[in-house]
Design a protein around this ligand. Structure first.
Ligand code: PLP
Length: 400
């Protein structure tokens, strides 16, 4: 376990040494080496052909049911409801937790924009939490302290004392596949009576204390976008422990249409968030390969760890002790926050055919979210200058 504690000043970062280490790991890969590519080595063609042959390509069909069952089993939850993308799944999950217009939703400032967009779609206001240097996710100590000073509970409702707004949910996100400490988070959430929506978009296949992520709180969301570990082209899923909640998720994702042989009746403003059968067919074939993808990605992570061990000025982001990560994206963390040095690494590696990427711009600095409530965000800001994501497609670890 590598912690991000005070590291004695070592030799300075040398982008050429980063490039050389990348070259050693990726020597057999055809350039340019993408950040993350899908891998279709299973029964994708069979299932897609079956879909076309049967004519069941749209919103109902046997692959939708099968994909939902497979997901529920993989994530060890009673129910999964698939959606057309991960953002829709997150939005639906927040609605299921009764997040309402004018509420605030606690979330990391360092996450993909979808986390904050989904809260905004439900009429809520993101409330940003700083990052933890070890997990890159929510900083639990700072979150607990922040709630202690900023929140109060009256009449069973938790509010932000400063804004008077209800705090409707907490959304942890497992950055690049590495789980945050969910026991600690669930305890904080229970103490403050705030529902938890797990943004597990990047972490399908990861486990926390032996349990699959995504199902570690009331409701979770997955993504099957083209760059995720398992893809349906575009897609997502809501994972639920509660049967009533799952039924409501299905209902709301299906335009809130009341089941009937021929009538068009709806009892709410629902959404057209369903995943087409043709995408679910791809999902079934992909999910059959999940264990293989995870082990390939862990082999690749080991190789990166070996080859970067002696590269000065950087370390690799590793799974916390309690977790087994899917290592969705292998990530370099520069010892010093220096945007200029980070950019030199990005320039040199991209120029040489390795399509490395920085992390997201912290959301509280974007124009549409810069007025949102937040705590001190110094670690999120620092980390945004220290992260370089490395090519991580599963085939790179399958033996080239
Ligand atoms: C990919 C992702 C999502 C969902 O993205 P979609 O493209 O809508 O499927 C949500 N949150 C995070 C952190 C993600 O990485």
């Amino acid at each position: 376990m590598l912690h991000n504690k005070a590291v004695p000043a070592g030799p300075a970062l040398d982008p050429e040494k980063v490039l050389a280490a990348l070259g050693r790991v990726l020597s057999d890969a055809a350039e340019p080496v993408a950040l993350h590519e899908p891998c279709f080595m299973g029964r994708e063609w069979d299932y897609l052909k079956d879909c076309l042959d049967s004519g069941w390509v749209s919103s109902v069909g046997s692959y939708v049911d099968r994909f939902e069952e497979m997901l529920a089993e993989t994530c060890d939850v009673p129910h999964a409801v698939v959606t057309m993308n991960g953002t829709a799944a997150l939005h639906l999950a927040l609605v299921l937790c009764d997040v309402a217009p004018g509420d605030e939703v606690l979330m990391p400032g360092l996450t993909f924009i979808a986390t904050a967009n989904a809260a905004t779609y439900s009429g809520a206001i993101p409330h940003f939490v700083d990052s933890d240097a070890v997990t890159l996710g929510l900083n639990m100590e700072k979150l607990a302290e922040h709630l202690q000073t900023k929140a109060h509970i009256a009449g069973g409702v938790t509010r932000n004392k400063e804004t008077g707004r209800r705090i409707g949910a907490i959304v942890p996100m497992h950055t690049f596949g590495h789980p945050v400490d969910m026991d600690a988070l669930n305890e904080i959430a229970a103490r403050w009576k705030i529902p938890v929506v797990e943004d597990a978009a990047e972490s399908l296949g990861s486990t926390y204390k032996g349990r699959p992520v995504g199902g570690l709180s009331q409701v979770g969301a997955l993504s099957f976008n083209g760059n995720k570990i398992v893809t349906t082209g575009g897609g997502g899923a809501v994972l639920c422990r509660d049967a009533t909640m799952a039924a409501l998720a299905k209902h709301l994702s299906t335009t809130a249409k009341l089941p009937h042989k021929w009538a068009f009746d709806h009892d709410a403003v629902g959404y057209n968030y369903r995943l087409p059968n043709i995408n679910a067919a791809l999902g079934c074939a992909q999910l059959e390969q999940l264990a293989g993808f995870v082990s390939a990605k862990r082999v690749l992570a080991e190789r990166y760890l070996d080859e970067f061990a002696d590269v000065p000025g950087v370390r690799l982001f590793r799974e916390p002790e309690y977790a087994c990560s899917n290592y969705w994206l292998n990530t370099l963390i520069l010892e010093k926050a220096d945007q200029h040095a980070r950019d030199r690494v990005l320039e040199l590696t991209n120029d040489n055919g390795y399509l490395t990427r920085p992390v997201w711009t912290p959301l509280h600095t974007l124009p549409m979210f810069d007025q949102c409530p937040r705590m001190d965000m110094s670690m999120a800001e620092e980390l945004s200058d220290r992260i370089v994501c490395l090519p991580s497609s599963a085939p790179l670890g399958i033996g080239q």
